[in-house]
Write a protein that binds this ligand. Sequence first.
Ligand SMILES: Cc1cc2nc3c(=O)[nH]c(=O)nc-3n(C[C@H](O)[C@H](O)[C@H](O)COP(=O)(O)OP(=O)(O)OC[C@H]3O[C@@H](n4cnc5c(N)ncnc54)[C@H](O)[C@@H]3O)c2cc1C
Length: 440
Amino acid sequence: MAGSEAAWQAAQAGCPVVIHEMRPQQGTFAHQTGNLAEMVCSNSFRSDDSEQNAVGLLHWEMRQAGGIIMQTADEYRLPAGGALAVDRDPFAEAVTARLHAHPLIEVESGEITALPEDGQWIIATGPLTSAGLGAAIATETGADALAFFDAIAPIVYADSIDMDQAWMQSRYDKGETEEEQKAYLNCPMTKEQYEAFIDALLASDKTEFHEGETAGYFDGCLPIEVMAERGRETLRHGPMKPVGLTNAHKPEEKAYAVVQLRRDNKLGTLYNIVGFQTKMKYGAQTEVLRMIPGLQDARFARLGGIHRNTFINSPRLLDDRMRLKSRPNIRFAGQITGVEGYVESAAMGLLAGRMAAAEIAGRDLPPPPPETALGALVTHITGGADAKTFQPMNVNFGLFPPVDGLKGGRRGRKDRYKAYTDRAKALWSDWLATQEVERA
Ligand SMILES: Cc1cc2nc3c(=O)[nH]c(=O)nc-3n(C[C@H](O)[C@H](O)[C@H](O)COP(=O)(O)OP(=O)(O)OC[C@H]3O[C@@H](n4cnc5c(N)ncnc54)[C@H](O)[C@@H]3O)c2cc1C
């Protein structure tokens, strides 16, 4: 996805491109064909609503930028209500044919196993990056900056948390500044609430692990339901321990368990539930997590999951032009940068392709404004997210700077989203127009 879009954008900007693709000689467990832009699982690009949905806005922005992935998806669209579903084989065949036919694009078959020393490169090898290249990336970045699994704790919109029940406090008030001493958001539970929560967790629908999928990540990040299976008290001694915390609303009451949330972005619009990585099915997650006092009306920017994935610690490793700080001739794009999903991956390819082409032409292309969908995503992965807890992210309105003067909460949501998308569209159009002028 990302590599195809990056190549297209760079070539359309007049820059010769070579795509290196290891398939079909070397396959992955998920890909079935040798086509570029293969959709490995679902055939959906999700919501196509550019007024009320962040991924729909991403579609709109990519269409305005002449993106090959969106143009081709539109041609092979299948009926799916408000979603953009795609006829996957003809879609991938058409993207592949277009890239092969472009006069400035060459496609070379074969695996890349080392980080190239010179030339301009974009690494967009995705969640199933080959082992050889993964090893080369780990050598360059340090093994701790490259992950082979994601372990995603659910992320909640800050404005959907009930602060009449939750309070801000770090355990034992640790930290030098008041901000650090109040870095966590705490949700208290009584014994009855805890027991009911454990019952629901144990009874919930879970996604099965595939064979071999658990190897290598189980130690550091057990899913909460697996912890609960090991003993009803395990969570209370783990991520839900109540020690070092005093309920600001009821100081005399000692909580039996406490769920902690930590800020997930600099804007403070998103909070992740600490240590709550889970394989519960999405429907079950919302039901079970809303049992947590303070989260009864929670809206989720993303739900938890654990998957085979490959991604670098972008906030630490990449500059805002998506270049590896230690080797600026190499950019990263797609899922390997820590975005999640076909559309987000292609979007990061679009930016990387444009930025590389601009650099080769002697121009500097700054990232799009953070108020746009592509800008919000790239700003998040290259600095908005906390490097220490970085996990892959879908596009969502929690990544956007708030629009002043609008009502928060569920009621004002429609107007708020419309204001976000109107603002984004104007700024995205300006960002594109500036490039047209510079190229001319
Ligand atoms: C099992 C699975 C299911 C998924 N389901 C969904 C889903 O339903 N919906 C969704 O939106 N997202 C899904 N994803 C995530 C999905 O993979 C990404 O959203 C998207 O494909 C990522 O785009 P990308 O361009 O970063 O990587 P990819 O589309 O995977 O492209 C990377 C390409 O690099 C090639 N490559 C890898 N290593 C090398 C190398 N060393 N040299 C040369 N070529 C190499 C690969 O063959 C591949 O063609 C799923 C991922 C997995 C693993």
